[in-house]
Write a new protein. Structure first.
Length: 422
């Protein structure tokens, strides 16, 4: 019932409101990609520079401005209501405990950093005769940090786009599984870092003059390359001149590439199997959370229209022409889904007035079908007692329990015959 209600409210009420909110976010991401990843590498013409500046102004005003207003409102609301979570020695608003709120705050911070380091603003006074250019002497020191902030903001945009997976239960379940196995990957990286540090220190202590393993930082970098398959074969040929170094690298490869990587695969497999059984349930819970968060934004007239479309004041049908009670929702299913051989609804002709006396069933308790049902149940009980009695007799090794079981069966069969003779 909960799944049915959630899917109905999602598909007919919350879906449209959630889609409208995410459509604006997708549009701002599209503009951001054009401004930073496409026009930034195009030929510097006046038209391209004007389009790039217009796109960036749109991001700073419409996207960053909206985020700053939203975060200010959420922070003031949580502080006013006392919804603060203690994090170390300080308290933070409760909404930041959710990864979406924290990622959105990071995105707003990165966009603000980009605005402060905008190269076009630094070149306004010294643009070398090129309007709205971002390449001048004054912007030499900020272009690289600006590109780092731009790349981080791009990742935050796509990270927040994961919420769109709620449209498909299957995709949402896959995303949830990915988030649950991240801990296993983190454990692998921790173990890998430990072995890299250990072997880097050991290799640096060896008497060798290989430039790739001259000190601890270079050795650690080369060991990471070996694990990731980025170490070239020619470098392995050079290590043949250093037997001790070659033995240490061989031990490192056996420890990390053969043992650690296969252990990671086994951990991911076990974690996936344990989570796969409940992934659809987790996906439905995630959709239910999105529905509850979206419902406050649904217009009142749309909700009332949805309630009227349910027609809860009309009686529903148990079957074709069989009118039942009101206040329900009729759900059709195949006739072979739940086969019922006995009709569980007793029907009586006459008036349906509540003041009328409830009609008595003719031959109540004396129908042939009821007699046979009772006899069948008694026979089943007798057979169960006989089987249980014979089993206990075999276990105990005595014949008394068997006799008791058979006598109990005889008493029961006598009860059956007596019941049948009535």
């Amino acid at each position: 019932v909960i799944c049915m209600v959630t899917d109905m409210v999602w598909s007919r009420v919350a879906f449209r409101t959630f889609l409208y909110g995410k459509a604006w976010f997708v549009f701002t991401l599209f503009v951001f990609i054009i401004a930073q990843s496409i026009l930034g590498h195009a030929t510097s013409t006046p038209e391209v520079r004007i389009a790039m500046l217009s796109s960036r102004l749109f991001i700073y005003v419409c996207s960053m401005g909206q985020m700053m207003f939203s975060h200010t409102r959420n922070i003031l609301r949580d502080c006013r209501r006392g919804n603060l979570i203690k994090f170390g020695r300080c308290k933070i608003p409760e909404y930041l405990c959710q990864w979406q709120g924290f990622a959105s705050l990071l995105l707003a911070v990165f966009l603000m950093v980009m605005l402060c380091m905008e190269p076009v603003l630094h070149c306004m006074q010294d643009n070398e005769g090129r309007l709205f250019t971002g390449k001048c002497a004054n912007s030499e020191g900020v272009r690289y940090p600006y590109s780092i902030a731009s790349a981080a903001a791009m990742l935050m945009y796509f990270l927040l786009l994961i919420d769109l997976s709620v449209f498909s239960t299957r995709v949402s379940a896959f995303v949830l599984i990915c988030t649950r196995v991240v801990s296993e990957v983190a454990l692998f990286l921790f173990g890998l870092t430990f072995f890299v540090l250990a072997f880097a220190c050991a290799v640096s202590a060896l008497e060798q003059d290989n430039p790739d393993f001259s000190d601890i930082p270079n050795s650690a970098l080369q060991l990471y390359k070996i694990t990731l398959g980025m170490f070239s074969g020619s470098n392995f040929d050079i290590m043949m001149d250093y037997p001790a170094l070659m033995v240490a690298i061989f031990a490192y490869v056996v420890t990390t590439v053969i043992f650690m990587l296969n252990l990671l695969i086994a951990q991911l497999n076990c974690s996936y199997q344990s989570t796969y059984q409940d992934m659809l349930g987790f996906a439905r819970l995630n959709r239910g959370k999105i529905v509850t968060e979206t419902m406050p934004s649904v217009a009142k007239w749309r909700w009332q229209k949805f309630v009227r479309s349910l027609r809860l004041d009309e009686r529903v049908e148990f079957g074709e022409g069989d009118i039942g009670l009101s206040g329900g929702i009729q759900v059709w299913e195949p006739a072979s889904a739940n086969i019922t051989t006995v009709d569980m609804i007793r029907r009586f002709g006459g008036s349906t007035s509540p003041a009328a006396q409830w009609p008595e069933e003719e031959n109540a308790g004396d129908d042939e079908e009821d007699r046979f049902d009772r006899m069948e149940k008694l026979i089943e009980k007798a057979m169960k007692r006989m089987s249980s009695g014979s089993g206990s007799g075999r276990k105990g090794g005595g014949g008394s329990s068997t006799g008791q079981g058979s006598s109990g069966a005889q008493d029961e069969s006598g009860g059956v015959s007596e019941q049948g003779s009535e």
